[in-house]
Design a protein around this ligand. Structure first.
Ligand SMILES: Cc1cc2nc3c(=O)[nH]c(=O)nc-3n(C[C@H](O)[C@H](O)[C@H](O)COP(=O)(O)O)c2cc1C
Length: 401
């Protein structure tokens, strides 16, 4: 499911943020992309081709008149064999050239002669970005099917603050993965709750749990890459959430329930990967004083959010079971008591708060699938594959009955 050996043409143009391309190449290669860098003449003023060549592992191309490479038709050959052209950073000048179909160097020729998608990550000074000429060009290119990533708002190299900064590199990498992966979840809406809840005992203290949110974020990324329309409801997590995924933050059980209720309508699938407190403390309005030798905290059972969503009956529901023992029995019991479609069961000592996970998936018919222990990122794609199979089967059954 994860794209392997996808070929990407990474265009680099004359922007001050061209130095960031070095790190972007590293991230793309980590995701198994074959990266062919093509620079404009101006880009070489900002970063050395040698650096990008060393990082990409391929000769950097710039000169359209160079006959040494291939059959001398590199201005069209390269983009024919690529799955994607990504321009990062894209200068105002290059965007203007693209808009008018100008092809006066290798990179602009490749863009004009392409059949694959074109992603543009602009980077420029705020005045250049807001200039009506640039804005007109962007509208035209979007109408032509070109996809823009950013720019983002923030402090710029010139010291000004505003739109024009190159969007963060993880977001660019995520989009590149999306545009080079089979969109099996296209048109499917998925809500994923993730992370831990934090329940106050008093204004300074709280009860929480060991969930890092890593599995949930990995699932959200996998779903997004596979084309789903993803909404995240995030509790406490140590894992960065990509900017491109719509996210609502929730601190505790009450906020998480409210956020899920608000966003659940029209969703096709709900994945409950959050570790939500099963028991809630009664909150003291003032800080508890350190006077007694022992104190006790009374907890009351909280409402089961997953069960409440499943009871609506029109959403495919996926739950997690993190157990210390009797994994399969406990997971099966959860399927029945919550009336959910699929459960992902894992032993706490094998998965929680770790970068790897070993999970077992069980469906409503109690069919069991063991996934091998691997990085959560890989496990997430395998889980999404199974969700897709089971969900498609159920939707087809509904249509046929
Ligand atoms: C120091 C410096 C920084 C620049 N930074 C940017 C930038 O961030 N974005 C941009 O669109 N142009 C920037 N420019 C202007 C472009 O480099 C210039 O328009 C160039 O012709 C772009 O060529 P290209 O589109 O072929 O790469 C900068 C120029 C200089 C001298």
């Amino acid at each position: 499911m994860i794209p392997i050996n996808k070929k990407i043409i990474l265009g680099v143009t004359g922007s001050i943020s061209a130095y960031k391309t070095a790190e972007l190449i590293r991230l793309l290669r980590k995701e198994q992309f074959f990266v062919q860098v093509v620079m404009t003449k101006a880009a070489k003023e900002f970063i050395s081709p040698l650096t990008l060549q060393a990082l990409s592992g391929n000769p950097v191309l710039e000169n359209i008149w160079d006959t040494k490479e291939g059959n001398g038709m590199e201005h069209i050959n390269l983009s024919r064999t690529a799955q994607l052209i990504l321009i990062a950073p894209a200068s105002a000048n290059f965007i203007a050239k693209l808009t008018h179909g100008i092809a006066d160097d290798l990179l602009s020729n490749l863009c004009l002669a392409r059949k694959c998608p074109l992603l543009i990550a602009p980077a420029m000074n705020i005045e250049m970005w807001e200039n009506p000429a640039t804005q007109r060009n962007i509208v035209t290119l979007k109408q032509d099917g070109v996809v823009f990533i950013g720019p983002e708002h923030g402090e710029q190299a010139c010291g000004e603050i505003g739109f024009g900064r190159l969007v963060n590199l993880d977001t660019i990498t995520l989009e590149a993965l999306k545009f080079s992966t089979n969109q099996s979840f296209k048109g499917i809406k998925i809500l994923i709750s993730l992370g831990a809840t934090v329940e106050n005992i008093d204004p300074a203290r709280a009860i929480t749990n060991m969930s890092s949110g890593k599995m949930g974020v990995s699932l959200a990324k996998a779903a997004y890459i596979l084309g789903a329309d993803v909404t995240i409801v995030a509790g406490k997590t140590t894992e960065p959430i990509p900017d491109g995924i719509h996210t609502v933050h929730a601190q505790n059980h009450i906020e998480m329930f409210a956020a899920i209720n608000k966003n659940i309508d029209n969703q096709d699938i709900y994945i409950s990967a959050a570790a939500i407190s099963d028991y809630l403390p009664f909150v003291n309005n003032k800080k508890i004083k350190k006077t007694e030798t022992t104190i006790s905290v009374t907890l009351k059972k909280s409402e089961d959010i997953l069960k409440a969503v499943a009871s609506k009956g029109n959403i495919f529901t996926v739950g997690f079971a993190a157990e210390s023992e009797d994994l399969i029995e406990n997971a099966k019991e959860k399927i029945l008591s919550k009336n959910i479609d699929l459960i992902i069961a894992n032993l706490i000592h094998e998965s929680m708060n770790q970068s790897m996970a070993k999970v077992t998936m069980i469906n409503k018919n109690f069919e069991i699938l063991d996934l091998p222990k691997s990085e959560k990122k890989e496990v997430a794609f395998k889980i999404m594959e199974q969700i897709h199979k089971t969900y498609s089967k159920e939707v087809l059954n509904e249509h046929n009955s």
